[in-house]
Design a protein. Structure first.
Lengths: 302, 302
């Protein structure tokens, strides 16, 4: 899985930084997480193949996380998209989008499916297909907001073809071996899966913690993550603003990552009050060394 | 009056070109004409003082002309604007904007006034204050669309102070002299205005013809213009597309400018099918030599 940062500024565009948007690339399709104004321009700038976007996740309805969505939906139509598009979002978003499509008498040439995440807070699986699983969890922000866990499923176990032949396993059973099953021979002898297969790759887990006040209420949701994106709107010197505005500091993001026991921390959603962002990474690293500060255009492998 | 082009591409952002948005600078305030996605970023890029925007004109509700408006309105709030903002727009826009403000529970710290231009087509004065007059006129597009005429009023006539004293004109009457009145002395003698004043500057007139199919139905509305912006979505080789999609070619824009008898023509709203835009100016100039093709960041004095 590869994450590309298209925008990581909070509230208003400033200092050349754009509002929130990220791409997760999983095998042959893309997933867009939040979609601030100008996201479609950022996609062109960073060479993102828009047509490969299958799922869009919108964490909450502050403008810096979704004002670019209508433009993208509209452009998909003008570009002749035919693949269905699935959007996971808060309750009020479909009405906002539909009102704008109606105003222009636009007929989209593709199916647009909205899947509502209730404002009361939900903790459930949104997508579970052959290659990925996406789930949501509530965070603590001024309006209803959800984070997302994206799991790229491990490749199946690898067949040891010579061993399979030696144990006379029929080819029709190979798929079940890859899925981890043992094989029972005609005489009742069990052939253990690990005798005839080799390990595949492990699941890769990315968690996007959206906009949130410092809280440990969702550490369990993201505990398995190889990488989490946790907002750091402020530095610790402005911790009072973080509380007031339902945001976190870089030090709080680090404390969260440590408590959750994740492998790596990615910072972002910087306030416009900071022209330079070097201090964020330094502040977080004092508590959680495996931290990196996101920058626009950054690509990071999970 | 100075026009700054912030975006001049049609439909979708492409080739580094942004959707429609222009600034007209009149004395100490700004007027924004259309507001495609990313307009607020373009304002930062081209050094536009956002806080000086007093009026916003939205020609029609195709996304490339207004998707950036909610972001700008929202940012004005976050930046602490207190000056009222006046938006002249189609009927459905206030509902679209309000739904998005409601979704984020945003309370704007300034007054936002919407002034509706009826979808049935209106031809009337929208603003008439000390320094400018703005009026609208219907054009011929797929959905209800209006163009705008913006007049920067001539400065008042200049006083010839020595002559004023010679004719013993009291100071309280100076303002009326500047407005062009004659003065009547106590004995009934008339002091002609031109004996005691000198000419001021002339009105400057800019017309924005929005998105339109080729038509001469609004030549009279823009006849007084020093400069008109007329869309040229296509080149003449694609004239069939222009008809089909309710747009114009560069040659048609030139024919319109000639018929209207305006002084200068500014082209724009180029289709994404053209990577290079040099051909537009050349095509229009064959019919109307005083043509210039707009480019992003261009500043042009009216």
């Amino acid at each position: 899985m590869k994450i590309t940062i298209l925008g990581n500024n909070s509230a208003i565009p400033a200092h050349g930084r754009n509002p929130s948007a990220q791409i997760a690339e999983i095998k042959d399709f893309l997933l867009l997480i939040d979609c601030g104004e100008g996201t479609q321009m950022q996609m062109i700038k960073y060479g993102i193949k828009r047509s490969k976007i299958r799922y869009i996740l919108i964490s909450h309805l502050h403008g810096d996380h979704y004002f670019g969505l209508i433009g993208l939906i509209n452009s998909f139509g003008l570009l002749g998209r035919t693949d269905p598009l699935h959007i996971y979002c808060p309750e009020l978003l479909p009405g906002i989008i539909q009102a704008q499509l109606d105003a222009s008498s636009a007929q989209l040439p593709y199916e647009l499916h909205f899947h509502i995440i209730a404002d009361t807070g939900e903790r459930r699986v949104l997508v579970d297909d052959a290659v990925c699983r996406i789930s949501c969890f509530p965070v603590d922000h001024r309006i209803a907001t959800h984070g997302f866990v994206i799991t790229e499923k491990a490749k199946a176990r690898k067949l040891d073809l010579e061993a399979c032949r030696r144990y006379e396993i029929p080819q029709y059973f190979y798929k079940r071996l890859q899925a981890g099953e043992d094989y029972e021979q005609k005489d009742g002898t069990i052939v253990k899966n690990e005798w005839v297969t080799l390990p595949g790759l492990e699941d890769k887990v990315y968690a996007y913690c959206a906009d949130t006040r410092h809280t440990l209420s969702f550490v369990e949701d993201v505990a398995a993550a190889d990488l989490i994106y946790h907002e750091s709107t402020y530095l610790e010197a402005d911790a009072d603003l973080a509380i007031l505005r339902y945001h976190s500091t870089a030090a709080q993001a680090a404390a969260f990552a440590e408590a959750a026991g994740v492998k790596r921390l990615l910072l972002g959603h910087y306030s416009s009050r900071y022209k330079e962002i070097e201090a964020f990474e330094a502040e977080a690293k004092r508590r959680f060394p495996n931290t990196v500060a996101s920058f626009e255009g950054m690509e990071i492998r999970v």
